[in-house]
Design a protein around this ligand. Sequence first.
Ligand SMILES: C[S@@+](CC[C@H](N)C(=O)[O-])C[C@H]1O[C@@H](n2cnc3c(N)ncnc32)[C@H](O)[C@@H]1O
Length: 355
Amino acid sequence: MAVKPSRDKRRAARSSAAGSRPERREALAAKVRPDEDEGNPSDARARPHIIARPGAPLPAQTVPLILEVGPNDDYALLDSGDGEKLEQYGPYRIRRPEGQAIWGRALPAAEWEAIDAVFTGDIDEEGMGRWRFPAAPLGETWPMRHDGIDYLGRFTSFRHVGVFPEQASHWADMETRIRAANRPVRVLNLFGYTGLASLVAARAGAEVTHVDASKKAITWARENQEVARLADRPIRWICEDAAKFVEREGRRGKRYEVILLDPPAYGRGPKGEVWQLFEHLPSMVANCRAILADKPIALVLTTYSIRASFFAIHALMRDACAGLGGRVESGELVIREKAAGRALSTSLFSRWVRA
Ligand SMILES: C[S@@+](CC[C@H](N)C(=O)[O-])C[C@H]1O[C@@H](n2cnc3c(N)ncnc32)[C@H](O)[C@@H]1O
């Protein structure tokens, strides 16, 4: 029978293979050159992010803050329970898995049966699955509207529908701030997906840079710009790894008044660059802070599907925004359900805003 080495021996073997921590940091730092734009992405990502608590005064804070989206003409969470949610997306009533809905349903079964689309199959967040259309066969897209902006809803293989309605709280706040600024505003939308935030910012008069790793998502976002009749608005659509893009903008001296950062827990850039939230978020936030303009307006971070508290991202953001003045507000984005008024939490957020 094989005998396992003791825990101490295993630890010693590991540390001699990887090098002790300071040695490893030096080795990693030596690998990274400041002008390595197209270099090995894994090298760039290995950049150590040792962020000491800064000496500059920390921003004021509001924590916890719960931002709610309620039922409206464009979208409503009708009911939830027994591991599912029932939603109205424009003309369609849609039923999808919802792991957090551990309570019972409020509406009768007939309401849950009178649906246009249901997502069945794997209930994993990123798992493949199937859409079924019980009433009549439906196309891949359908007309949707957000606060007067037309766009396309979309049945995707990941059970998403081309929009995350809970983000509307951030979009409304951003729009108000852009309009109130009364000066040119540059917005960077990282992990921008189908571009709703970019369209809201563009409508408010901002010059927008939208970054996403997925060509398909960029195509959908551009399509949405046409559908929204905002084709004449300045939006740069960039298919790139978000972390690499931000580092490069820093080196080029590019600056933004507003940065939106909505990363998945795990993702890949177009060249296979790995995004791991827990590993890469600290340096990403620091790099975003570095490319904020002299008179910044907001830096908005949302995270979801991770095992963490908003206190974690709050501390990260507050330290990163030391010296900026303003305020860091952190908490959860929730959707208020129509049937029984329960709050469905969708994500954590932390945002720095100008006072
Ligand atoms: C949940 S979506 C963001 C939602 C979006 N902010 C919204 O409100 O509609 C996550 C996006 O991150 C993109 N993504 C994943 N890894 C990436 C990476 N390394 N660089 C850039 N985008 C990435 C995905 O293609 C996806 O569109």
